[in-house]
Design a protein around this ligand. Structure first.
Ligand code: FES
Length: 149
């Protein structure tokens, strides 16, 4: 077991109630929940790996693949969806060859869809590394993705 995971587990009670806080700490430390971390958590809490994965996969905040150097978040909230958010998501998925929750093979980008970034008046919105890009078109998005190495 990795020392960091061991330290995280040591900070929490061996109780099912600790599952979410442990997952949050592991996600914060590593940026994702690896298969090894999942197994360690499972053993620590005496829950099956299926159960741990089932709970973790219910929440969008947890990732199961290594994060990329750049994080792309495409908003598919109502305002963004109406103004072409799904087309933008298709553009990223096709352009990068990954699905939501995935990371490109060169670890350049990871991709998530989000429900609303809280700036609907600027829709459709894409967030890259925390920066909001507003009124994004397919062409603008394609150019943006080229800009990030
Ligand atoms: S729906 Fe996209 S920012 Fe609100």
């Amino acid at each position: 077991m990795a020392e960091t995971v061991k330290a995280i587990l040591g900070r929490h009670r061996r109780s099912r109630d600790s599952l979410i806080p442990i997952l949050q700490d592991v996600q914060k430390e590593f940026g994702y929940i690896s298969p090894d971390s999942l197994a360690d958590i499972s053993r620590h809490l005496k829950l099956s790996e299926n159960e741990v994965f089932g709970v973790a996969s219910f929440y969008a905040q947890f990732r199961f693949t290594t994060p990329g150097r750049h994080s792309v978040r495409v908003c598919l909230g109502t305002a963004c969806h109406v103004r072409g958010g799904a087309t933008l998501l298709d553009t990223v998925q096709t352009g990068l060859g990954i699905e939501c929750g995935g990371t490109t093979a060169d670890e350049r980008f990871d991709l998530e869809r989000v429900a609303c970034l809280g700036c609907c008046a600027l829709s459709p919105v894409v967030q890259i590394d925390g920066k909001i890009f507003s009124k994004v078109s397919v062409n603008k998005l394609t150019e943006l993705l080229k800009f990030y190495e």
